[in-house]
Design a protein around this ligand. Structure first.
Ligand code: ZN
Ligand code: MN
Length: 505
């Protein structure tokens, strides 16, 4: 039978602050040996006191504002008590009833997904289980790293939307420059809570899934150890299938935490789920309440930048470029920024060429730019590796704009453009010089073109006769010959026109 699917997400993201959450140890990119980026505070020695990292607070506020959230003031920290070898204090400093951000949201495919809360907490150490299986290693370098935990309402209905939510969340976190959020490096960890309910037996009320009248809810299952967006989607789909099958066979679903195995493509039982009561949360006595004044919040609001959705809409509106291409361009802040530099180079060129042409020339030029940027340039410098373009220094908005104007003015055709771009990726340079050097300039001189056409005509008397006898489709054959003879330099449209004129004489 078919069930209602209820999915909620929990995402932990490491913040790229200079220091850890409650001590002065370095955070991020620590290259030294294990257990050396530590101090008595993050190792939880008795008698030490935490002191709050305000850079992490600012980042959480910025994210909260970007996601249209409400800010709690005062907000406070709490101890989440549990024992695990990677947690030296025996408790994690987190936030319980007064998270720094609440009631936020993020839009996916025009649908608003409510975010219950975003709170600050500290990361644990890292356990490694060597293949021998007889011991476990602990590295505390990560202990105390600032984390933000984001929790959505249980309102997501399918795996694809869950995946898109995580992708958009990462995009925003990267735009705000608060984390690189690479899942494979563990900088961003997504967990999904999934339950299946019989239609009509439940309601969603006050942020909770509740059973109606005599009905009983099926418990939710939490899936962890997901290290890519693809795995997240697969893990959720697997759980939906597994739980559907179990319910169809009248089995009882266990409320538990399950891990995801990439190699086996399935989830597996890890432990039964704790409820928040098991953690015996209580206020952290060593940290004062966190008050955020409206004035302070305003200084954070000033730091908000244009976010991807707004940027995408503006690119479509201002540059009249295709929506799908705009989305690719704004995927990362630096690709979007580079594209805008490219646009201003193109604008400068238009103004220098023909001021009056601005209104009608630009949209065509922008769409040429959007096409070449997404299909040609990103081929060499893909989105996730776009920073390389600056490191190489071969291609910049200025020389790429020049290349586009050569194509735009029909000085070269697009295959010559690709050849020039390839040269540019290797050693940089001015596209017009590369064009001259490689002899790629399109033939715009009709004299030279006529010479070539005459040669083709005398070489192919049979085809000429057929063409004149009425087989007009042969024109493509002649154009092809001209392109070959000119080594791709001829303009195909002009060639076809000239051919017709000469052949019909
Ligand atoms: Zn420390
Ligand atoms: Mn957490």
């Amino acid at each position: 039978m078919s069930y209602d699917i209820i999915i909620g997400l929990e995402i932990h993201t490491e913040l790229q602050t200079k220091t850890k959450m409650f001590c002065r140890c370095q955070n991020g990119n620590f290259k030294g040996a294990v257990n050396t980026n530590v101090c008595p505070i993050c190792l939880g020695h008795p008698g030490t006191l935490p002191s709050l990292n305000h850079e992490a607070v600012d980042m959480a506020l910025l994210l909260g504002l970007a996601l249209n959230g409400q800010i709690n003031s005062p907000s406070k920290f709490d101890r989440k008590n549990y024992f695990y070898p990677d947690l030296p204090k025996g408790y994690q400093i987190s936030q319980y009833d007064l998270p720094i951000v609440y009631k936020a949201s993020l839009e996916v495919d025009k649908e608003k997904i409510d975010i219950t809360r975003i709170h600050l907490e500290e990361d644990t150490g890292k356990l490694t289980h060597p293949a021998s299986g007889d011991h476990t290693l602990i590295d505390f370098n990560r202990a105390g790293t600032p984390l933000i935990e984001m929790v959505t309402e249980p309102v997501i209905k399918d795996a694809k939307t869950a995946k898109k939510f995580c992708q958009k969340f990462r995009q925003i976190v990267r735009y705000l420059n608060i984390s690189q959020a690479n899942m494979e490096k563990g900088e961003m960890r997504c967990e999904a809570n999934i339950s299946l309910q019989v239609p009509g037996t439940w309601v969603y009320e006050d942020g909770q899934i509740k059973a109606t009248s005599e009905n009983q809810l099926n418990p939710k299952v939490e899936v962890k150890n997901i290290n890519s967006f693809r795995s997240l989607e697969k893990a959720i789909d697997f759980e939906i299938a597994r739980q559907t099958n179990a319910l169809d066979n009248h089995e009882v679903i266990k409320g538990e935490t399950r891990g995801w195995s990439d190699s086996q493509n399935k989830t597996f039982s890890q432990r039964t789920k704790e409820s928040s009561a098991d953690y015996r949360y209580f206020p952290e006595p060593d940290l004062p309440a966190l008050n955020i004044s409206p004035e302070y919040l305003e200084t954070i609001r000033q730091k908000l930048i244009e976010l991807p959705d707004d940027k995408c809409a503006r690119f479509i509106r201002e540059y009249k470029i295709n929506g799908a291409l705009a989305e690719i361009i704004v995927a990362e802040k630096n690709t979007a920024g580079w594209f805008e530099e490219l646009v201003s180079e193109l604008n400068a060129w238009v103004l220098a060429t023909d001021e009056n042409a601005f209104s009608h020339i630009s949209p065509q030029l922008y769409s040429l730019a959007a096409n070449w940027f997404t299909t040609e340039l990103l081929k060499y410098y893909p989105n996730e590796n776009f920073v390389q373009i600056k490191k190489d220094g071969h291609i910049n908005p200025n020389n790429f704009a020049k290349l586009l104007t050569l194509i735009y003015e029909n000085k070269i055709n697009s295959s010559a453009g690709q050849t020039i771009l390839l040269e540019m990726t290797k050693a940089g340079g001015a596209p017009d010089e590369i064009m001259e050097k490689l002899g790629l300039k399109q033939l715009d001189d009709n004299k030279e073109l006529e010479e070539i056409i005459k040669k083709i005509i005398s070489k192919n008397p049979k085809q000429v006769e057929e063409y004149r006898g009425g087989k007009e489709t042969l024109i493509q054959f002649f154009v092809g010959q001209v392109m070959a003879e000119s080594r791709g330099r001829a303009n195909p449209q002009i060639s076809a026109e000239l051919l017709k004129k000469i052949l019909n004489k």
